[in-house]
Design a binder for this molecule. Structure first.
Ligand SMILES: C[S@@+](CC[C@H](N)C(=O)[O-])C[C@H]1O[C@@H](n2cnc3c(N)ncnc32)[C@H](O)[C@@H]1O
Ligand code: SF4
Length: 448
């Protein structure tokens, strides 16, 4: 019999997209991407994601697509190419598309100079039409953040800051090569608020080396004093086979599956006791926050940044490795910066791979998104627009029986619901609807 801890350690995707990125293929190239962008009907709302793949120093736990630069010239050169990509993409899409969400991620967008932050925002405002209430979010590394950068972000129209805290304990910070005194984080939060950037998220990570219950409790209590509207509490994904720098992390110091589960439960209990509502798998939000409201009304969405209120039908990824999610399918840009530059300089769209969606993909994506967002899904309701019914998913429901018998989920009248203490089971449930995984096998493989 599995325990909830087994569910956390099972190797199934996090479903930030469906089909997931390993199933993207090179047949979706720049020409196809150009066709998809050009076919977006006038009036389609757009969400823009800009990737800045640079950092000052490397955190050993980092799973993001980034590299460390010792001087600013590669960043400057990258921004020039990024500007060209923005111009190229905007010209293909044409006018008449309101931008409702903008997200700058990385890496560390806050390592851009104040002048470059202003220039990049100006390019975006010049080439796209922002909706009046557009959300503009930026990922913030608080370490060494200057007043000039904060002023530039405010002037650029940034409305939301996602602040990387991870863990406040010095021992943990040393073990991940990220020294970040809490006073510095607090100071950045104060200065962001003074500059008018008041919608704040705090990112925490559990399962880090040397983290234990006492240290995590301290981190959460300290972070609560920052009073952000939202928390993201990510489980550390240790993948040294893909990210070589993770080999610098002492594996003997990593919490085991049981401890990870206890750590997440502790975070959950402390945050909910303080009045935050659990949203999806790993987010928490104040009840009056738009994310909590979206969750309460079934409008929560999931994209590559995690949970979001962003319901724009077209997400356009700009920059090396960025992924676009268009009505026709997904497209990922070339991850390697020199290759990305070569593609843009040759006048091509820098698409490396992707996947075109068929109706079955769209239906399964809708089911998986509802599961990941709501921890439940009404199969009849989601399937109806596709001309299908819950009864069409007999094989998937049969494959989920073990999870029902183990008490992790319930299935009644085509409605699947994950019980709260077993919320990690949601990825397993989602994987039963993943036609690319080989459905029954995925569920059984997780039991080992
Ligand atoms: C793209 S990073 C950028 C944030 C910014 N550079 C910083 O470090 O403050 C966004 C968030 O992803 C999370 N993250 C990064 N690597 C991770 C990993 N291996 N496992 C889980 N979460 C991770 C961290 O919480 C981080 O703040
Ligand atoms: S966690 Fe943030 S600052 Fe650290 S290496 Fe990753 S992207 Fe850079």
């Amino acid at each position: 019999m599995r325990t909830p801890a087994d569910l956390y350690s099972s190797r199934v995707p996090r479903y930030t997209s469906y089909p997931t990125a390993p199933h993207f293929n090179p047949a979706v190239n720049g020409e196809i991407y150009r066709g998809w962008l050009g076919a977006l009907p006038k009036g389609t709302a757009l969400s823009l994601y800009l990737h800045v793949p640079f950092c000052d120093t490397l955190c050993w736990f980092c799973g993001c697509h980034t590299s460390v630069v010792n001087n600013y010239s590669p960043v400057k050169a990258y921004l020039e190419i990024l500007r060209r990509e923005i111009e190229q993409v905007a010209a293909i899409i044409g006018p008449g598309h309101p931008v409702t969400h903008v997200h700058w991620g990385g890496g560390s967008p806050t390592m851009l100079s104040p002048g470059d932050i202003r220039a990049l925002a100006e390019t975006l405002h010049g080439k796209f039409e922002f909706a009046p209430d557009a959300e503009f979010a930026v990922e913030i590394d608080p370490r060494g953040l200057t007043d000039d950068v904060i002023a530039a972000l405010a002037e650029a129209g940034v409305t939301r800051a996602s602040i990387g805290v991870q863990d406040c304990d010095e021992v943990v910070q040393r073990a991940i090569n990220r020294i970040q005194p809490f006073e510095e984080t607090r100071d950045v939060v104060d200065r962001l608020r003074m500059a008018g950037i008041c919608q704040l998220n705090v990112d925490l990570v559990y399962g880090l080396p040397h983290q234990n219950m006492a240290r995590l409790q301290h981190t959460i209590e300290m972070s609560l004093t920052l009073a952000p509207q939202r928390f993201a509490v990510f489980g550390y994904a240790h993948v040294p086979q893909f990210k070589k720098h993770m080999k610098l992390i002492d594996e003997a110091a990593l919490p085991g599956a049981e401890e990870r589960l206890d750590q997440f439960d502790l975070a959950h209990d402390l945050l909910t006791a303080d009045g935050y509502l659990a949203v999806g798998l790993d987010h928490f939000a104040r009840p009056n926050d738009s994310l909590a409201r979206a969750a309460a009304t079934g409008k929560l969405a999931r994209n590559f940044q995690g949970y979001t209120t962003d319901n724009a039908p077209a997400l356009i990824g700009l920059g090396a490795s960025a992924i676009s999610a268009l009505p026709q399918g997904y497209v990922q840009n070339v991850p390697d910066v020199p290759d990305y530059r070569r593609a843009i300089l040759a006048g091509a769209l820098p698409a490396a791979r992707g996947i075109a969606l068929n109706d079955d993909d769209r239906l399964r994506r809708a089911i998986i998104e509802r599961l990941m967002c709501d921890l439940s899904v009404d199969l009849d309701r989601v399937s109806r627009p596709f001309g299908k019914r819950a009864a069409d998913f007999g094989a998937e429901i049969a494959a989920l029986r073990p999870l029902v018998e183990e008490g992790f989920i319930s299935i009644k009248d085509g409605r699947i619901a994950v019980r709260a203490p077993a919320r990690a089971a949601v990825r397993l449930v989602a994987s039963a609807f993943d036609a690319y995984l080989g459905r029954t096998k995925a569920v059984h493989a997780a039991a080992v």
